[in-house]
Every structure is written in structure tokens, then in C-alpha cells.
Design a protein around this ligand. Structure first.
Ligand code: EPZ
Length: 433
């Protein structure tokens, strides 16, 4: 498995472009199931998860191709040949569950593997399933799969979610656009990725109001058409790179960064002493090398609160802030796996359940580390940018799921970062021969 080697302690200067959002692209790709016409996504990131979703859709009979234009991904579901999302794909990528709503809407049936647990928490999908039942789907859970059908088609309903769920809101939105009558989603997620999906569905002919608020109203239509849609910038990639000069020192312009997408992060970074200014092409983030930051408390929450997907990266920053920072993780029950790894780099962190107390140290020291999920991995990369000496981050495949051209983007700003390609083992060499 590849690893990433970093030599830290160098301030960063330059610019970093933000790619299209992984977590917007995945549901948008699933939305292609809803029409037999082509859906073209501009600014689609080239990431492992996008490829996995492409392979899953390919197995259903959807044609998926990258046009010559960089970042343009086209999908066409002329006919759905299979309604099965197999375990082998779903276990690799939980977002595979997002094909359930669109398959039920278009084909009135689906067979999707249940995703199971995950490194950051139990992550049940009960809200997806209950919502689809409210829309008239009959579900049977057996052999690790959900077998779903809606013989006469789905019917609009009022669905009140007890918990704000991004994925359930997306699945139900995609199911409801072709259901008969009106659907009202109450306590819906307000994330920008939901707004992006609603905008794309509207361009395809769907009738949706209220996205971005906690009540979304959908009037079902008979059929949807193709569309061209530009994928929203990735606010988590954006936030991760905004934290890079904050951690390492320096001044970097984040191209395409938007305050409305990362408001909660900006507020906390400024409270810690980082300078963030509007720039001609995005936001400029600066911190004088050697200037000590202040401790701040954070609590993760659904949008517009502080995103759980930036918690590990913010923790990397706070390990070197003066004083004690308290981090409350309220979304996932096991999302502090990066804390013991940061401790190996000299950080002082005490974790008690969903709460972490970070006692700032002057500096971190490089070490070999590994992470169990995507955002923990980028948190360790950020820590490595500031740490004295060499840091080697293993399990790079996590990073390849969510960060396009990571080494190129950071090294363009002066970071000493490179990928160590794994040497094939003797057995693998023999197999190839
Ligand atoms: C999305 O996951 C993102 N993934 C996650 O990003 C992100 O961390 C998460 O939203 C929260 O912002 C994608 O968009 C592909 P949820 P999702 O349903 O939709 C509970 C990353 O690193 N819940 O909003 O799966 C759940 O356990 C990833 O890019 C239920 O109880 O998250 C959690 O506590 C990781 N029952 C809370 O709701 C359900 O049926 C929020 O989860 C569904 C969720």
C-alpha cells in the first residue's frame, strides 16, 4: 500500500485550487438513474469514490464516461438492466445506498446491500428505509440486503426525520421527485450538497422548493429529462487546505473558496488567530510562521454548524494552539481515531467519549502514523506539515477517496510531500509474471 512522506516545518506560500465536491458528486451521479437522457456533470472530481460509484452504476446498466474536457463526467441510464447494488461495492463505499431511492422511483424495485458499520461509527440507514416505507415502498431485510418494491410506484407523504441525515434527505429527495403527489421532508438536512442536488434535479424537470431550509417540498412529476450541471466546490477539501497555512504558517490563496460554504470554520479559525481575507479568486489564509495561535472550543453539528468532516483537521491545528481546546463530536460516536496518532507526534489529547481535550504544545514531531478514515488521514497530513522531521502517513487509499492531486496541490505551495509507491511483494511479482 502506498504511503505519503512529509518533511514538516516549512511555511506554505502560493495558491491551491478547490475541486468539485465528492459528497455532491456521488448523489448527483445516482440521480442519473432517474432519467433515460444524459446527465452531464461539470467539475466532477477524479476520485476513487467517484470511480466506485461509476462502477456501481455501470453494473446497473448506466453508461458512464469522462469527456475529454477535464472534470466532465457524463452518465446515461437509457435502460436499467439490473436493480442490484452488491455487497462487494457497498462495503467499499457507503454512499452506494444512494441508488436505493432512485431505483425505486424509476424501476419500482431495488435490491441493495446494507452497508454495515464503519470506522467512525455504527452509521445505521434506518431513516432511509423508514422514509421510503412512508413513500409506499415494501421492504424486506434478508441475507444482508434490503429487497424493496413499490408495485404501483411511490406515493408522496409527509416525512419527519428524528435526526438530521444528509444521506436520508438525498435518498428521499430522489425518490420523491417521481412519486405521485406531494412529499414534504421535515427536519431535512440543510447541507450545501442537498441544495446542489435539488438544483440539478430541478434542471432535470423536478418540482422542488425549500432546499437549504429544514422543510423541503416536492411535487412529483411523470418523468425527468437530461441536464448539464456544475458540481459545487468541495467545502471539506476547501476547509482542509485553508487549515494548511494555518497549521504550517505562510499565506495561501484558496482558489474557489467561498465564505458561505465554510462560515463556521472561518469563525473558529479567526477566533484562534488565523487571518482570512477575501481575495480576487477566493480566500487568502495567512499566519506568520512561529506566531502562536489561541485555543478555541468546537462542537460539530449539521450545516451551518461546524462540520464533523473538518473536526480531525481542526484538531491538528489546535494541538499547537496555546491553552486548552475542547472538541465535542456530536455526529459520529467514534470519530477521534486520529487522536492517538497525533499523540504519537507529540500532541497532548485526552479523549472521553464524544469529547476531546487538546492541551496545546509548542511543536509536533514527525512520526510514522496511520489513519482509519479519510478525514483523519488528512488531519495527520496537516499535522505532518508543521511537525519537525519526517512524518509517514500509511493507508493512503483513504486520501485517494476524497483528495484529488493532494501531493501536487500541497507541493505547489512549497510543502515537502511525496508518495512512496509500494514495492510489489515477491508473490505479487510472481503472479504478474
Ligand atoms: C454524509 O454521510 C457524508 N457522506 C459524510 O462524509 C459526513 O460526515 C456526514 O454526511 C455528516 O455530515 C456523504 O455525503 C457521502 P448522515 P451520511 O446520514 O449521509 C445518523 C466524508 O468523510 N443516522 O448525515 O452517511 C448517523 O449515524 C464522509 O466525506 C441514523 O441514525 O451521514 C449520524 O449520527 C464521512 N440513521 C447522523 O445521523 C440513518 O438512517 C448523521 O449522518 C442515517 C443517519
Amino acid at each position: 500500500m502506498d504511503r505519503i512522506a512529509l518533511r514538516g516545518g516549512k511555511p506554505l506560500f502560493g495558491e491551491i485550487p478547490v475541486s468539485g465536491a465528492k459528497n455532491a458528486a456521488l448523489p448527483l451521479m445516482a440521480a442519473a438513474i432517474l432519467t433515460d437522457e444524459p446527465l452531464t456533470l461539470l467539475n466532477a472530481p477524479a476520485l476513487a469514490d467517484v470511480a466506485t460509484m461509476g462502477a456501481l452504476l455501470g453494473g446497473l446498466g448506466v453508461e458512464v464516461w469522462r469527456d475529454r474536457v477535464v472534470g466532465q463526467l457524463s452518465l446515461r441510464a437509457s435502460a436499467i438492466e439490473s436493480c442490484v447494488a452488491p455487497y462487494d461495492v457497498v462495503r467499499k463505499m457507503r454512499a452506494s445506498i444512494l441508488v436505493l431511492g432512485p431505483l425505486l422511483a424509476r424501476e419500482h424495485k431495488a435490491q441493495v446491500s446494507l452497508p454495515g458499520g464503519c470506522a467512525i461509527g455504527a452509521r445505521p440507514v434506518d431513516l432511509h428505509l423508514k422514509g421510503l416505507e412512508a413513500l409506499g415502498a415494501q421492504l424486506d431485510l434478508r441475507e444482508g440486503y434490503v429487497f424493496a418494491e413499490a408495485p404501483g410506484g411511490l406515493k408522496g407523504a409527509r416525512i419527519v426525520s428524528p435526526v438530521v441525515s444528509v444521506g436520508a434527505t438525498e435518498n428521499l429527495l430522489m425518490a420523491a421527485v417521481l412519486a405521485k403527489g406531494e412529499t414534504v421532508l421535515e427536519n431535512a438536512a440543510r447541507e450545501p450538497e442537498i441544495v446542489d442536488l435539488a438544483e440539478c434535479l430541478r434542471a432535470m424537470g423536478a418540482r422542488i422548493e425549500g432546499e437549504g431550509s429544514s422543510t423541503i417540498r416536492i411535487q412529483g412529476v411523470e418523468r425527468l429529462r437530461g441536464a448539464n450541471h456544475r458540481v459545487l466546490p468541495d467545502r471539506i477539501e476547501m476547509g482542509s487546505y485553508m487549515l494548511a497555512p494555518a497549521v504550517a504558517g505562510g499565506s495561501v490563496e484558496i482558489l474557489g473558496a467561498r465564505r458561505d460554504l465554510v462560515g463556521a470554520l472561518i469563525e473558529r479559525m479567526e477566533a484562534a488567530g488565523v487571518s482570512i481575507e477575501d481575495s480576487p479568486r477566493g480566500l487568502r489564509v495567512s499566519r506568520k510562521p512561529g506566531e502562536r495561535l489561541r485555543a478555541v472550543d468546537i462542537e460539530t453539528a449539521p450545516f451551518p454548524g461546524f462540520p464533523t468532516d473538518l473536526q480531525a483537521q481542526m484538531m491538528a491545528l489546535l494541538t499547537m494552539a496555546e491553552g486548552e481546546s475542547r472538541i465535542e463530536e456530536t455526529i459520529f460516536e467514534n470519530r477521534f481515531m486520529h487522536a492517538p496518532e497525533l499523540t504519537r507526534m507529540g500532541a497532548r489529547i485526552e479523549v472521553h467519549g464524544g469529547s476531546a481535550l487538546v492541551k496545546g504544545v509548542e511543536r509536533l514531531k514527525g512520526a510514522p502514523v496511520m489513519a482509519t478514515d479519510l478525514r483523519a488521514s488528512i488531519g495527520l497530513i496537516l499535522a505532518g506539515l508543521a511537525a519537525e522531521g519526517e512524518t509517514i502517513v500509511s493507508r493512503v487509499y483513504h486520501l485517494d477517496r476524497g483528495y484529488e492531486r493532494l501531493e501536487a496541490k500541497l507541493s505547489a505551495c512549497g510543502a515537502e510531500i511525496r508518495r512512496l509507491r509500494d514495492q510489489p511483494t515477491t508473490a505479487a511479482r510472481a503472479a504478474v509474471a
